[in-house]
Design a protein around this ligand. Structure first.
Ligand code: C2E
Ligand code: MG
Ligand code: MG
Length: 587
């Protein structure tokens, strides 16, 4: 039989030196005990006695898992039993044990089956002294553990406010979703209004102290009023969150938000500065089964944004309907550009009529989106989105091309004075694209004379326009294109300023005209304003178109006042191009 390649030397196994073995066991600094098959202590060393604050001899004969030795429970006890029966290799467990003086210790207890070592001994015959089958060693890991805990604390807390940070907050949200006793969860997600200004003007030191002071007040709110014990966390910057782990309903969350707003109302005295801040709070409260940590945070984020949008210094409650609306806005916004490429838009034309002779002079091009799922959408639904995300540039270019091509077709197909076409231009088209080049190219491509094109810009687009936009307006005007101010009267209404711009026409906003809709609802002030506006405009060489002319008496009054042209349902709604052809042919 082949023996092992390297046999353990006898002086190491101490096979023949039982007393030395006993002495080594006794005096080892590592707390140890030998256990028999049933888990009783056969012998315990001095180090274990010291650890447990008792004479090691008193431990002999006691079950090692008894309360006076090591308190084991649950899984630890099962594993311990399995280890005793020699069914497993060494097992290791972390336990809390109480020292003799009552101080708790964190220990790592290792059980090593002795049968697994080279020195397996035959079981002792019944009645004889128990044979040790297992070595139990106990490491005191209290210090290591407290260090670990300190590190974890550092990792999970914000140094400025000492509040739990984002990482700990998410851990607690996940835990609360799993075992909230009420099955509901609530969250107040808040952002300080005006904090950035304080930070920027007074410096980070004051900023940090303010954050700390805010944190104290929030903590007070979260523990006050008997409902207390809610987690307060700093999620970063000037964002905080209060978590209602066992939420009882919406009211509890909004009450807490009210308390927070009230608590922040008192000014803060910091480093000789009296500082005022307020907070915007997004409140979300829902059933745990219907949300996830990310779902909850997304809702809170959206709701906080609403609170800010609604005017700050307030809380706003999550509203599923408002959210659905936001989602459609988002998806509409994302689909705009591809929709231009797919040709999902069409242009309708609304007649602009001479007030003196009711003759058709021109048409305003108004775009519509034939959305494959939502159907026909009016420009109010998507123009603001297109302005926001820049899709207005390709969309506006398409409308311009389409409108000029159509106007040229009418010019070629019909005798008599030709129609002009009026195209809306958004601010961004002036800033973000080369409008002058686009217009020149479209006129050249379609063959439409520049005099038959009018561009409508709002006051805000042309006012304060230094540099590029002003130059663009001048170039367009030099080309022969007419510039009109759309919705005049809703903005600055600064006629003197307009006189210095190459503007040729004003489109009076519908709100003016509405004031004298019927004789009965006549508002003399409106009539006086409109009348002097028209006079002044004429003196400056501008023509005036009234928008939203809905009735005969309005048209009559506008004509008397001296308005040049009118547009509105009284004459016609926006129409498909062939209906305009019909009007031109006198059908
Ligand atoms: P806008 O340029 O002031 O266009 C006039 C709006 O008033 C049109 O609404 C028109 O349908 C409506 N309207 C016309 N007559 C009457 C009336 O008698 N009573 C009332 N209550 N309303 C009347 P629409 O077509 O919904 O367009 C809304 C706005 O969308 C337009 O206001 C314009 O600012 C913008 N828009 C439309 N097409 C374009 C475009 O191609 N480019 C850009 N940038 N904006 C566009
Ligand atoms: Mg317009
Ligand atoms: Mg208008």
């Amino acid at each position: 039989m082949n023996g092992p390649q390297t046999a353990t030397p006898d002086y190491l196994t101490l096979r023949d030196h039982p007393r030395a073995r006993a002495a080594a066991f006794d005096s080892s600094p590592l707390p140890m005990a030998l256990l028999d098959r049933s888990g009783r202590v056969v012998a315990a060393n001095h180090a274990l006695g010291r650890l447990l604050g008792t004479d090691p001899a008193t431990l002999t004969g006691r079950a090692a898992d008894s309360p006076s030795v090591l308190r084991l429970d649950g899984r630890a006890r099962d594993d311990y039993r399995a280890a005793l029966r020699g069914r497993t290799g060494p097992t290791r467990h972390i336990h809390r044990v109480k020292q003799g003086d009552g101080n708790p210790l964190w220990t790592e207890v290792t059980l090593t089956p002795l049968s697994a070592t080279a020195d397996a001994e035959p079981p002792a015959p019944a009645g004889e002294a128990a044979t040790p089958t297992t070595l139990l060693t106990v490491h005191d890991i209290t210090e290591r553990r407290s260090l670990q805990e300190q590190l974890r604390h550092l990792r999970m807390h914000d140094p400025v406010t000492r509040l739990p940070n984002r990482a700990l907050f998410f851990e607690r949200v996940a835990a609360a979703l799993a075992d909230s006793t009420t099955g509901r969860i609530g969250l107040c997600y808040l952002d300080l209004d005006g904090f950035q200004a304080i930070n920027d003007t007074l410096g980070h030191r004051v900023g940090d102290r303010l954050l700390d002071a805010v944190a104290r007040r929030l903590t007070h709110c979260a523990t006050d009023g008997g409902t207390g014990g809610h987690l307060v966390a700093r999620l970063g910057g000037d964002e905080f969150a209060l978590l209602l782990e066992d939420s009882t309903g919406t009211e509890q969350a909004t009450d807490l938000a009210d308390a927070v707003l009230a608590a922040l109302q008192r000014p803060f005295d910091i480093d000789g500065h009296r500082l005022a801040v307020s907070a915007s709070i997004g409140v979300v409260e829902r059933r745990c089964s219907e949300t996830s940590p990310t779902g909850l945070m997304q809702a809170a984020d959206t709701t906080l944004y609403w609170a800010k949008d609604d005017g700050k210094a307030r809380w706003t409650l999550f509203d599923p309907e408002r959210n659905a609306h936001r989602m459609t806005r988002q998806s509409l916004s994302a689909r705009l550009r591809p929709a231009v490429e797919r040709g999902e838009f069409l242009v309708e034309y609304q007649p602009i009529v001479g007030l003196a002779d009711d003759r058709l002079r021109g048409v305003e091009a108004l775009v519509r989106w034939m959305h494959p799922e939502l159907g026909r959408l009016s420009p109010d639904r998507f123009i603001p989105l297109a302005e926001d995300n820049g899709a207005i540039v390709p969309l506006g270019r398409w409308v311009l091309t389409e409108a000029c091509r159509q106007a040229r077709r009418w010019q070629l197909e019909h005798d008599g004075p030709p129609l002009f076409v009026s195209v809306n231009v958004a601010v961004r088209q002036v800033w973000d694209s080369d409008l002058v080049r686009d217009v020149a190219r479209v006129l050249a491509e379609t063959g439409l004379p520049a005099e038959l094109l009018q561009l409508e810009l709002t006051e805000s687009a042309v006012m304060g326009s230094a540099g590029q936009p002003l130059q663009a307006l001048q170039d367009l005007s030099d080309m022969g294109v007419r510039i009109a101010i759309d919705d005049f009267g809703t903005g600055y209404s600064n006629l003197a300023y307009l006189s210095r711009l190459p503007v040729r026409a004003l489109k009076l906003d519908g709100t003016f005209v509405r004031g004298f809709r019927t004789a009965r609802h006549l508002n003399p002030a409106d009539e006086t304003i409109v009348s002097s506006l028209v006079q002044l405009a004429h003196k400056l060489g501008l023509t005036v178109t009234a928008e939203c002319v809905e009735g005969q008496s309005q048209a009559e009054r506008l004509r008397r006042i001296g308005c040049d042209t009118g547009q509105g349902w009284h004459y016609a709604r926006p129409l498909a191009p062939d209906r305009i052809s019909g009007l031109l042919s006198g059908d």
